[in-house]
Design a protein. Structure first.
Length: 215
């Protein structure tokens, strides 16, 4: 009984410390965000439904957190507690999150140019294939009524990380062989022999994994 009581105390302390470390706002108070209906169609969130996540901070502390969403517009994680929504502070180094279909995604914080944000590592090795999600407002016209409405659409851009250098590229045979120029002949032959379509993410991942096997 004493052991169980001690465990409960430690859990309580961990929860308290976590609440202090992951929320921001004036006077060390959590940043409360109003939950209001957005007149714009679509969602700014990577996962439209709250899901459980695992967060690692820059100080290498790891926390499990329930009911978390990834806001693509603000590049922040948000979680809900007691019907309030809080933003997690900028000390997050990486996180793992389930998408709306139940698939797991690993994100790491990186700086590209002057902008800092989260990138999904979809293939890792000597060259790492990164994917950055964003939510952009678009104007959509109804083909029948011709009525125009604003809609948030999710987009993805691809980057390569090699020897600490991050490079953005649009998937194509020409661009991927430029990114992997030191093995251009092997990569070109591999794409041709395997009849790969660079517009398909699975094929893009295959190329990066193949490159990482080359000496």
């Amino acid at each position: 009984m004493k052991k169980l009581f001690l465990i409960l105390i430690l859990i309580g302390l961990t929860t308290y410390i976590f609440a202090q470390n992951v929320t921001v706002g004036s006077g060390a108070k959590p940043l409360l965000k109003s939950v209001v209906k957005n007149p714009v169609e679509g969602s700014p969130y990577f996962n439209t439904k709250y899901a459980n996540g695992i967060i690692k901070t820059v100080s290498q502390k790891v926390f499990d957190i329930k009911n978390v969403r990834y806001n693509l517009e603000t590049q922040q994680l948000e979680y809900t507690e007691n019907e309030n929504v809080y933003a997690i502070q900028d000390s997050v180094q990486s996180f793992k999150l389930l998408d709306s279909t139940g698939n797991s995604h690993q994100f790491i914080k990186l700086k590209f140019g002057q902008a800092e944000g989260f990138y999904e590592a979809v293939a890792e090795g000597n060259v790492t294939l990164l994917k950055k999600y964003s939510a952009k407002k678009e104007i959509v016209e109804d083909w029948f009524t011709k009525k125009k409405t604003d809609k948030l659409a999710q987009h993805a851009a691809y980057f390569s990380s090699k020897v600490g250098t991050i490079q953005k590229f649009v998937p194509s045979t020409k661009n991927i062989t430029t990114v992997l120029a030191d093995k251009k002949e092997q990569i070109t032959a591999y794409i041709k022999n395997e009849q790969l379509d660079l517009k398909q993410e699975d094929d893009l991942i295959k190329i990066c994994k193949y490159y990482n096997t080359l000496q």
